[in-house]
Design a protein around this ligand. Structure first.
Ligand SMILES: Nc1ncnc2c1ncn2[C@@H]1O[C@H](COP(=O)(O)OP(=O)(O)OP(=O)(O)O)[C@@H](O)[C@H]1O
Length: 266
């Protein structure tokens, strides 16, 4: 399939996540100013912009760690604007952080298993009434965690404490942790930040692989090379507003984008 045909196919798909006229104020500052966009099923969408453009605030609004001053967020067609972050995870939204903080003394496997949703073992009564089910679920969760560690190329460290990981390996562990909850869409916050060149190639490769399994991505990234290589489409924010939208090549040619980066309009 040609790149253009593939892109066209993605454009006709239903949105997984929608921001509709979203505004977020912090006192007198409008950090996100009337922003609307769709993230379509199966795409890798990039969100770029100069420092202070409002990208992280937009992520916080989409994930539910901040609530919008006005406007709507829709997840798989359901209005979730006022819903807490953990409920959005249950609806298929995963999020990684710019600086992942795994529990340092737990092993990689244990860190990933903590992310398993709805484990019967967490319900006290179930432990007494159906211990065999709890044991079976735990076994399944462990097997799934091992599969995910394999997916992110960290199998050899499965039983090591997370504190031994480099910054790039922490990003890979974070990806596996998010995958444990079977997300439909993953918001990635600066996956390339602080990662060495070799591990960056692994991360790019793993994101492509996970996307090929049908999982949608929205990523904030300052590394334009990574954005150009990975993203089917790119949104550019500056001063809280959506400035431009298109392929990485198209937005790079947009005079408003050039001005925002060079002129430091944010
Ligand atoms: N909790 C807050 N209280 C007050 N102002 C905030 C808060 N969070 C963000 N801001 C302000 O909102 C604006 C947008 O910040 P935001 O962190 O969303 O930008 P960004 O595009 O993610 O920047 P960067 O690329 O540097 O991470 C900035 O002016 C910032 O100072």
């Amino acid at each position: 399939m040609s790149e253009a045909t593939e892109r066209q196919g993605k454009e006709t798909r239903a949105p997984v996540l929608t921001a509709s006229n979203v505004v977020r104020r912090f006192g007198g500052l409008v950090a996100v100013n009337d922003v609307s966009f769709d993230v379509k099923a199966g795409e890798i969408l990039g969100l770029i912009g100069p420092n202070g453009a409002g990208k992280t605030t937009m992520f916080d609004l989409l994930a539910g760690s901040l609530l919008p001053t006005s406007g709507d967020i829709l997840l798989n067609g359901a209005r979730v604007s006022g819903e807490a972050a953990h409920l959005r995870i249950g609806r298929g939204l995963g999020r990684t952080f710019q600086i992942p903080r795994p529990l340092p003394n737990l092993t990689l496997i244990e860190n990933i298993m903590l992310a398993a949703q709805d484990q019967a073992g967490e319900r006290l009564l179930a432990n007494f009434l159906t211990p065999w089910r709890v044991a079976a679920q735990e076994k399944a969760a462990r097997a799934k965690a091992l599969d995910l560690l394999d997916l992110v190329t960290l199998t050899h460290l499965a039983h090591e404490p997370a504190r031994v990981l480099s910054g790039g390996q922490r990003k890979l562990l974070e990806l596996a942790r998010v995958m444990m909850a079977d997300p439909a869409i993953i918001l990635l916050d600066e996956p390339a930040a602080g990662v060495n060149a070799t591990l960056l190639e692994v991360i790019i490769d793993r994101i492509r692989d996970i996307n090929a399994r049908g999982i949608t991505f929205l990523l904030i990234e300052h590394n334009i090379d990574m954005v150009t290589r990975l993203c089917h489409r790119v949104l550019v924010m500056a001063s809280g507003q959506l400035l431009s939208e298109g392929t990485a090549e198209e937005v790079a040619r947009d005079p408003r984008v050039i001005e925002a980066y060079l002129g430091g309009s944010a």
